[in-house]
Design a binder for this molecule. Structure first.
Ligand SMILES: C[S@@+](CC[C@H](N)C(=O)[O-])C[C@H]1O[C@@H](n2cnc3c(N)ncnc32)[C@H](O)[C@@H]1O
Length: 324
């Protein structure tokens, strides 16, 4: 494999960057933005929501954060449906609140996902693994239905026809005591200390005010409540190498972001780690998904000099942290 400084590799990198700049320029054309970010993709599929919810729940159980599904669950950035939260409700949560900057979800899609999820829980289906979602993280050691956290007695109660009918009606009518959806969310605060678990999947790489969001989420949690965040630090197509976005100067990066509704923030793992600690959270589990770095420290743009050696190889991570 040619070295990172190989001239042909550098040329390919530059051509790719120019194409991305052209794409960014197109986001200024009227209507293009609205078309390209009309869907978030992922949570419109019930299997996807089942996999995301159960993977976070199983990890939380393994990390000693819960012995059963938490009662009050919140999610940041649910995307196309509220399916992850609906999965939480079906598995025993009493309430779920979602917050997104764009209102992607709608009642029809939520109901379709609801019905698909009920079927999966009724069959105690295994958690979809790499064959269904090759790139999905976090990973588990075991993808069998998690009877240790969703016990037979617990599931019998949860799946009682009257409870399922009540939940479906709550999704249909938007009963705020069971299911809440704030979108567009512009950082509005909850009263505080209401939530047991906050989940996010592929969201925190987009938020601009990382310290502010972690502080706000910590404020929402009850004492001993916890967060579970899967964060993707890769370039999201802005470069032809997973870490190529960390090379771009601030000016190039600003141009590349164009006029999209939201774009990745380019911040690495250590920034979240610091922000969580400052927000009064204790990290109890961090599942890293490493990739070899393509960068020398001298390749980093100066505003990203704070990236640690470890950051350079963390392509994504699932961070679970408890309020203390
Ligand atoms: C890649 S999608 C992931 C959606 C969903 N979690 C999934 O797994 O399919 C990113 C989501 O984050 C939301 N988002 C972006 N910036 C956000 C912010 N500052 N606060 C809350 N949500 C945000 C987007 O609107 C979108 O729904």
């Amino acid at each position: 494999m040619p070295s990172a400084n190989d001239p042909r590799r550098a040329l390919r990198r530059n051509i790719y960057a120019v194409l991305q700049m052209a794409k960014a320029a197109a986001t200024w054309a009227p209507g293009i933005n609205a078309i390209s970010q009309r869907r978030s993709r992922g949570s419109d599929n019930h299997l996807y929501c089942y996999a995301v919810w159960l993977r976070h729940l199983c990890l939380a159980h393994k990390n000693g954060l819960c012995t059963a599904p938490p009662e009050h669950v919140a999610e940041l950035g649910p995307g196309d449906s509220l399916g992850v939260g609906i999965a939480a409700l079906i598995s025993g949560a009493e309430s779920y609140r979602a917050f997104d900057v764009v209102a992607y979800a709608n009642t029809d899609r939520n109901l379709a996902v609801f019905d698909g999820l009920v079927d999966l829980f009724a069959r105690r289906a295994d958690i979809p693994g790499a064959e269904a979602f090759p790139r999905m993280k976090p990973l588990l050691e075991n993808y069998a239905f998690p009877h240790e956290v969703l016990t037979a007695a617990h599931m019998e109660r949860n799946m009682a026809p009257a409870r399922i009918a009540r939940l479906r009606r709550a999704v249909e009518t938007g009963d705020a005591s069971v299911i809440g959806y704030t979108a567009p969310w512009r950082g509005q605060s909850l009263g505080g200390a209401e939530i047991d678990m906050i989940i996010s999947q592929a969201v925190l790489e987009y938020v601009d005010d990382i310290a502010g969001v972690h502080a706000e989420l910590s404020h929402w949690l009850k004492p001993s409540g916890f967060v579970s965040h899967e964060i993707d630090f890769k370039c999201h197509g802005f470069a032809n190498e997973w870490d190529g976005h960390w090379r771009y100067s601030n000016a190039v990066w600003k141009f590349m972001k164009g006029r999209r509704l939201y774009t990745i923030n380019r911040e690495p793992y250590s920034v979240h780690e610091r922000a969580l600690t400052t927000a009064g959270m204790q990290i109890v589990g961090a599942q890293f998904h490493p990739q070899p770095s393509n960068l020398q420290r001298t390749d980093l743009t100066s505003s990203l000099a704070h990236l640690t050696e470890q950051d350079l190889t963390i392509a994504s991570a699932c961070i679970q942290a408890r309020k203390f």
